[in-house]
Design a binder for this molecule. Structure first.
Ligand code: BDP
Length: 643
């Protein structure tokens, strides 16, 4: 398979490649030039000195990465104030296709909402005995690593950088946040491998970051402690960081998962997470690097019998007292929900509660809890909701955070993402990171047009039919009303009704014969609802005002509790599970009808995935419905068979 064929098949460049283009030379602009020369060779245009129809030029005033587009007197002009802006301008023209060359266009300016738009790869350098090569990876092996070292498939890495640039991503972390021993060595002995990757990604405006272990000094033969206030430890990090910048002058910085799910961290030394982050920030500061410090800190050994312990509270409880204490180049990276990337969670109350700290919101493009790229589940609408959340309830346009980060869903699979339709998630993430206010459906239109150049109305409509509502469909046939986590332990695929119910991971649904849900109210529950500002704290605190789709996240209610729809909770559970399966059956039917309009191998791969999705959806429906039927003893009022 042609590695360029994702959303940048040659055909997507047709309109550009037929024009006479003028482009400056040097540095990253050479990437633009190369793209134009390639496209012109295919489609008949030329890169010229004068008389151009498509002009790229550098000017002042558009800010980092911004660009402007105009068309007058038959000339389409892209201007930018830096080279990356020209690159993003090129991809914008490619997205527009012929439209960029039709009639006059008033000047439009484009600037990214988030300066850093980053993808974290949970790639292990060597195959991990439990997690494999890519932790939570559903797209084959790693693009970057194999057998304990850089894989060396540079053409593929280059194509990947190009794909990412085309949707606006400008930073990549190349290894897993769980830094095992082989990965730890990337920081020192194997920094050359990281530098080689950085060299290939750089021409596409992408800076390379590295996950490091907090215990690096101890693990890599430095001082016998990792205490962040110990002078020898600080010196060790400063020296290690000097060497990293010796190898990669534009290195982005470190990503750290500390005191989280068994990873080492500052708590072992009685230090705070600000102490830990600031030590690394100090080492990176002379070079303009950044430390991304993850806020996913919770006790994964809690006791399910202790109903007062609430994992959802943990990040807020740990971090809000530290607001204002993090260095300027430390970014607190917060998962969008308080638990862990479930199909439905409230937005983390930490977001908006730390005004004096730089925050990055972390999304999960890899579909760990949303069908593992065997189920079609387009997450654009979910992310759009998350990014539109206003902690104070105002419909202001203020940004939720300073940066946007996501866990990558890409591997060495010929379709990049295992499920070819999962590419839409990666593309949508990049575009929302550029403009979080964009309509996700319009982004999906872009992806469709780029990925299937010349797509007719039938194909476009068909793709919308199977993707637009796919998140809602997935939500319907899996765990109900925001309760989450009714998954198989460990790998997290498929239903596991009580999978985590009696485990120490802190993810419970508390279903018994009378009701279901987690009481997180301030009166009788864990008090989590009180971590929000008004109006959310008030709305979430009462089952009467809590949004339906989060009801069981915030409240333990009887099965007979009546939702605003007029249905009881138990009937809602039955109905949505039947509906979810019916929706998958319909999506599969629509997809079958698109044969002939989609490249055959791609069509076949998606068709195969729909068989598995349907099997999985039925399994979910049957297990969830029969579980709640047996617990509650309340029959389905429509008399359907529940196994
Ligand atoms: C969970 C994953 C686990 C990750 C962890 C994290 O199950 O593999 O290591 O999040 O974000 O979702 O650190």
């Amino acid at each position: 398979m042609d590695v360029d064929a994702a959303w940048l098949p040659a055909e997507a460049f047709r309109a550009v490649g037929r024009r006479r283009s003028l482009v400056p030379a040097g540095g990253l602009v050479d990437t633009v030039r190369r793209e134009l020369v390639d496209a012109c060779e295919r489609f008949g245009g030329r890169v010229v000195r004068e008389d151009a129809e498509l002009v790229f030029e550098l000017t002042e005033g558009l800010g980092e990465e911004g660009f402007a587009l105009t068309r007058r007197d038959g000339i389409t002009t892209v201007t930018a104030s830096d080279e990356r802006g020209l690159l993003y301008g090129l991809f914008h023209v490619v997205r527009l296709g012929e439209e960029a060359f039709a009639g006059d266009r008033p000047r439009e300016e484009h600037r990214p909402a988030y300066a850093r738009r980053m993808l974290d790869h949970w790639d292990n350098v060597a195959v991990h005995p439990v997690m494999g090569q890519v932790e939570r990876g559903y797209s084959g092996g790693s693009l970057f690593w194999a057998d304990g070292r850089a894989r060396g498939d540079w053409e593929r890495v280059r194509a990947y950088g190009r794909l990412l640039a085309a949707c606006g991503i400008n930073a990549v972390t190349v290894n897993n946040v769980n830094v095992h021993e082989t990965e730890a060595r990337l920081l020192t002995d194997r920094i050359g491998d990281v530098a080689a990757i950085a060299d290939v990604l750089r021409p596409y405006g992408i800076r390379t970051h590295l996950s490091v272990t907090f215990a690096a000094p101890v693990v890599l033969g430095g001082p016998p402690t990792a205490d962040p206030l110990d002078g020898a430890v600080r010196d060790w990090w400063a020296r290690a960081t000097d060497a990293v910048y010796g190898a990669i002058a534009d290195f982005g910085g470190y990503v750290v998962k500390a005191d989280s799910e068994g990873r080492p961290g500052p708590f072992a030394y009685g230090r705070s997470h600000a102490d830990g982050a600031n030590m690394l920030a100090a080492a990176l500061e002379p070079y303009g690097g950044t430390v991304h410090w993850r806020a996913f800190v919770y006790d994964h050994h809690q006791d399910w019998r202790d109903r007062g312990t609430d994992r959802a509270r943990a990040a807020y409880d740990h971090f809000t007292p530290l607001d204002g204490r993090f260095a300027k180049n430390a970014v607190l990276q917060v998962k969008h929900g308080p638990m862990d990337f479930q199909v439905r969670e409230p937005v983390s109350p930490l977001i908006g509660a730390m005004p004096r700290t730089r925050l990055a919101v972390e999304l999960q493009v890899t579909q760990e809890y949303t069908g593992q790229q065997r189920h079609a589940c387009w997450l654009g609408p979910m992310w759009s909701e998350v990014l539109g959340f206003r902690p104070d309830g105002e419909v202001s346009t203020g940004r939720l955070a300073h940066e946007l980060v996501a866990v990558s869903n890409v591997g060495d699979d010929p379709f990049w993402t295992g499920h070819p339709l999962a590419q839409a998630n990666l593309y949508t993430f990049g575009r929302l990171a550029w403009n979080p206010a964009a309509d996700p459906r319009a982004i999906l239109d872009e992806w469709i047009a780029l990925t299937h150049p010349g797509a007719d109305d039938r194909l476009t409509a068909g793709l919308h039919t199977v993707l637009d509502g796919s998140w809602s469909t997935y939500e319907k046939y899996t765990a109900p009303l925001g309760v989450g986590f009714m998954v198989q332990p460990g790998h997290h695929y498929g239903p596991g009704v009580d999978g985590y119910e009696y485990s120490p991971w802190g993810t419970y649904h508390f279903a018994d014969r009378d009701g279901v849900g987690v009481d997180r109210s301030t009166g009788t529950g864990t008090g989590y609802a009180g971590q929000y500002a008004t109006p959310w704290s008030g709305l979430y605190d009462s089952p009467a005002t809590c949004p339906d789709d989060l009801l069981l996240f915030f409240h333990h209610v009887p099965y007979t509790h009546v939702l605003p729809s007029g249905k009881t909770v138990i009937q809602h559970i039955y109905d949505t599970h039947f509906e979810g399966v019916a929706e998958v059956e319909e999506a599969r039917r629509v997809w079958t009808g698109l044969a002939g309009l989609v490249e055959p191998a791609r069509h076949a791969r998606v068709a195969e995935r729909y068989e598995e999705q349907l099997r999985g959806a039925r399994e979910w429906r049957d297990q969830i419905n029969s579980y709640f039927l047996r617990k509650s003893g309340v029959p389905d009022e429509r008399g359907r068979t529940i196994y």
